[in-house]
Design a protein around this ligand. Structure first.
Ligand SMILES: [Zn+2]
Length: 273
């Protein structure tokens, strides 16, 4: 297999209004920094529809190729309207006919930080993404905030049905949590938080994840990495800074870091080409 050196931003909210007047420029800058693919992540049906649209529009000729993830975020699960879930399922069905660029589900998961959505609603929403993952083979992009215990319980329950395909996105928890997730089949993705001065502990975690399970992401428009932390909005071109820090903690060159995280992303999001 041919080796690839470009970066993949595995988590970008390109449908966010922060990008509405500048998406082309953002994509061109990403290309200039060596980002070859971007996974555009949905949080509800509106953002998921935009992700599918962008993925079909930006196929990697002048700009990075955009790929879509569709799903419902735990903080929006209570706002669901009739037919919304059916739309999510329909986009994933479409991915079987070769025409669609939907390569993941989510982001979804559990969140105890914001209390907008009742927790039982979040749990049901999370569980049906796993059911859809098993029927479609698509990996799940997992959001987990302030709920390690509940998240591990939910994942262990799903793991009874077989190895999990997915990623703990913008990871910010402990090594113990990370390694249990890895043991259940999951990947661990690091965002700009990895670069923050105070996050020495997170860098120690990143140093100890099996190398074939590491991913990088921006989670833009949020979490701008150092030394661009004051830049708003964050964007895919800035992911290189997170990649450099990951390389440093692993003892890898920048090129090796790009090559390894890209190979990992293509293995997990296997519909990406
Ligand atoms: Zn996100």
């Amino acid at each position: 297999m041919e080796r690839e050196t470009g970066w993949i931003d595995t988590h970008a909210h390109l449908a966010d209004e922060a990008f509405s007047d500048r998406l082309e420029d953002v994509l061109l800058r990403a290309m200039a920094e060596g980002v070859t693919r971007i996974l555009c992540v949905g949080v509800d049906t509106v953002a998921s529809a935009s992700s599918v649209l962008f993925a079909n529009q930006y196929d990697g000729v002048r700009v990075p190729s955009v790929w879509a993830s569709v799903g419902i975020h735990p903080n929006y699960a209570h706002q669901e309207k009739p037919g919304d879930w059916e739309s999510i399922v329909a986009w994933t069905n479409h991915s079987h006919d070769g025409g669609s660029r939907v390569c993941a589900l989510g982001e979804t998961g559990l969140d105890r930080y914001w209390d907008d959505c009742p927790f039982e609603v979040q749990e049901k929403n999370f569980a049906r993404h796993w059911e859809l993952s098993r029927s479609t083979g698509l990996p799940v992009i997992i959001h987990s905030r302030d709920c390690d215990t509940e998240m591990l319980e939910a994942l262990r329950k799903e793991y009874k049905n077989g190895e999990l395909r997915g990623v703990m996105h913008s990871f910010s928890s402990t090594l113990e949590v990370a390694l249990e997730c890895v043991a259940m089949g999951l990947y661990i993705s690091f965002s700009g938080m990895l670069t923050y001065k105070k996050n020495e502990v997170l860098r120690e975690v990143a140093a100890k994840i099996p190398e074939d399970r590491l991913l990088v992401e921006t989670d833009c428009p949020y979490l701008s990495p150092e030394p661009k932390r004051s830049t708003r909005p964050n964007e895919p071109s800035l992911m290189v800074h997170t990649g450099e820090v990951l390389g440093k903690v692993r003892g890898w060159t920048v090129a090796e870091t790009a090559e390894r995280t890209t190979a990992n992303a293509l293995r997990l999001f296997s519909k990406m080409r």
